[in-house]
Design a protein around this ligand. Structure first.
Ligand SMILES: Nc1ncnc2c1ncn2[C@@H]1O[C@H](COP(=O)(O)OP(=O)(O)OP(=O)(O)O)[C@@H](O)[C@H]1O
Length: 238
């Protein structure tokens, strides 16, 4: 069954277990969630509560043990591995805590790695412009600050114009000023491209900039909060 108009992800009864027998871990224990398109969604929760597991399943990097995930009219569980790879290529971008850039390539070349194989990419220069790095195109990662490297990683993720941008602790390795500039970029990408931004973080203060905040407790949804008034990254207390 396709999702209602305007809904990006819908999950029903999602569970994920790792291992067997006495060492079995129930990472997700029945997640029912609806995520509208175009929102910034922040996922909070204690260490081990299942945030990364949920993000990886929504992003098609991993499969649930039971339950369903729809993205629009696509049921991810019905896709073969090959189709799941295509789903990731066509619809999602990923940004991780440690930027995973190719050290031997410049900022521009790191972004080109993606634009060369994407169906409908923006020019790599535009992606780097959107993250404020027009003057750093020819720099190698070792010549860039942590925040700048993360912005290259974001440029790489958005260059293929994904419907959803998944970010796992995108500011985890950054000081507050640099972290804030990365959040500004994510805000900008959400506003300019309309991409849904799904962000996992330990930093509860970041929740202020989200449209929607999902709190995970021990593999279950503890609370979903919708923010009528959102903070700008500049207003967030660190
Ligand atoms: N590949 C795996 N094999 C076994 N257990 C795993 C695996 N991945 C995650 N887990 C377990 O599943 C639970 C949820 O992990 P997950 O990484 O999703 O939590 P998290 O909320 O993202 O934690 P953190 O904030 O520390 O990154 C944890 O108990 C973790 O130890």
């Amino acid at each position: 069954m396709a999702n209602q108009e305007g809904l990006g992800f819908v999950t029903r009864g999602l569970t994920k277990s790792y291992g067997e027998g006495r060492s079995k871990v129930h990472a997700l224990r029945g997640i029912d969630l609806s995520i509208p398109e175009g929102e910034i969604v922040v996922m909070l929760g204690a260490s081990g509560s299942g945030k990364s597991t949920l993000l990886n399943i929504l992003g098609g990097l991993d499969r649930p043990t039971s339950g369903t995930v729809h993205f629009r009219d696509i049921e991810l569980g019905a896709l073969s591995d090959r189709e799941l790879t295509k789903f990731r290529r066509d619809h999602v971008g990923f940004v991780f805590q440690f930027y995973n850039l190719m050290p031997s390539l410049t900022a521009l070349e790191n972004v080109e790695l993606v634009t060369e194989i994407a169906d409908n990419p923006m020019p790599p220069e535009k992606a780097l412009d959107l993250v404020g790095l027009t003057k750093r195109l020819d720099h190698f990662p070792s010549q860039l600050s942590g925040g700048e490297q993360q912005r290259v990683a974001i440029a790489r993720a958005i260059a293929k114009q994904p419907d959803v941008l998944f970010c796992d602790e995108p500011t985890g390795a950054l000081d507050s000023t640099t972290g804030r500039s990365v959040l500004e970029v994510l805000n900008h990408v959400n506003a300019e491209l309309g991409s849904t931004v799904l962000m996992v973080t330990h930093a509860a203060n970041i929740a202020g900039m989200a449209h929607r905040v999902i709190r995970l407790v021990d593999g279950q949804i503890g609370e979903v909060q919708v923010n009528d008034v959102r903070q700008t990254p500049a207003e967030i207390d660190w």
